[in-house]
Design a protein around this ligand. Structure first.
Ligand code: FAD
Length: 306
């Protein structure tokens, strides 16, 4: 990472929102549900599956959590006209996890029931380390009643191997496997990319061999090549793509060419489509991961004369 990149990453929160938006909007479908439905329809036409996310997190009141749930239900009313298979993805602290696990479970259970009525899946995302026990408690409490509910596991964390074994022992499992966007301390997580990739591959192998469906969420082509070798070795890369026990998942605005390569090679590929006015925290995390952040941000600052 160059010195300029490092400085810009550190000062991202100080950059005016209107400037930040010009570089952040590539990661977000727009402010409104209508914007997201347009992107879902376009991606479907291009042969991609989709994952719909209402942006928001860290909700501190039951009223805000209920408002977030209401927006998800509004999306569910509109989705069938656009795509039958879009997965709905939700952050636990957006549905009130910080207020209480009971509230989060209640709202998520209602969402799963409404999605199941459309034959649709729901994904409970994973946030930073202090929220993981609560998130897994909510997931474990609901998974039997709602088999359309899946979770996310983060390869950077030391604990994830045990979480995988525990979850596999609990019955049929649908997992999105990620490196983990939250930079956790070295006491609980690997911090070097090569260690995180090694852990990712090992966890993918464990999940696949344990019979789980795995959403391989990454934009890392070297890791992708190793995952493809694993899928081939296990004979999973055969049959109609939508009927296989894995898929690739990528974020809107990130490595589109890789998504096309995997799609064209016959793999099922889903794109994560977030929308809503709460784009700031989400986009800051994405921008920090963008290898060309200095170029993008400087160009936006110059264009705005900021
Ligand atoms: P990296 O090594 O970070 O990236 C590989 C390459 O992709 C980079 O070299 C670069 O070329 C490109 N790239 C990556 N990010 C960007 C970017 N922002 N802009 C431009 N280029 C980029 N994390 C969680 O902790 N919890 C979740 O619930 C969660 N859900 C996710 C859902 C999906 C569908 C995806 C794809 C990711 C999710 N993540 C989640 C994020 C994930 O943990 C990683 O932080 C993220 O995917 C980057 O890791 P990577 O595997 O792509 O590898």
């Amino acid at each position: 990472m160059s010195l300029v990149d490092g400085l810009l990453r550190a000062s991202l929160p100080l950059i005016p929102r209107r400037v930040l938006w010009t570089v952040a909007r590539r990661y977000v479908a727009g402010d409104e549900l209508e914007d997201a439905l347009g992107v879902v329809a376009r991606l479907r036409g291009e042969g991609f599956g989709t994952i719909l996310d209402v942006l928001g997190e860290g909700v501190e009141s039951a009223a805000h959590a209920r408002a977030a749930a209401a927006e998800y239900h509004r999306a569910l009313v509109r989705l069938p006209a656009v795509d039958a298979h879009t997965v709905v993805s939700v952050k636990p602290t957006h549905l009130g996890l910080s207020v209480g696990t009971e509230l989060c479970s209640e709202l998520l259970s209602e969402l799963c029931a409404a999605a199941a009525a459309q034959g649709r899946r729901v994904r409970l995302e994973m946030e930073d380390a202090p929220t993981i026990d609560g998130t897994l408690a909510v997931f474990s409490g609901l998974r039997e009643r709602h088999p359309n509910l899946g979770c996310v596991l983060q390869a950077r964390l030391f604990r994830t191997r045990d979480d995988v074994d525990r979850l596999l022992a609990g019955g049929p499992l649908n997992v999105r496997l990620v490196k983990g966007i939250y930079l956790e301390p070295a006491s609980i997580a690997w911090t070097e990319d090569r260690d995180i990739c090694r852990s990712y591959l090992e966890l993918a192998r464990r999940l696949i061999d344990g019979g789980a469906f795995v959403g391989l969420a990454t934009h890392d082509d070297l890791l992708g090549d190793n995952l493809l070798a694993l899928l081939r070795e296990r004979g999973l890369d055969r049959g109609p793509p939508a009927a296989r026990r894995y898929e690739f998942q990528l974020l809107l605005g990130v490595r589109r060419e890789l998504a096309e390569t995997w799609r064209d090679a016959g793999h099922h590929v889903r794109i994560y489509v977030p929308y809503g006015r709460e784009w700031h925290a989400y986009s800051l995390r994405r921008l920090r991961r963008n290898p060309q952040i200095a170029r993008h941000v400087l160009r936006a600052l110059v264009a705005r004369g900021a």
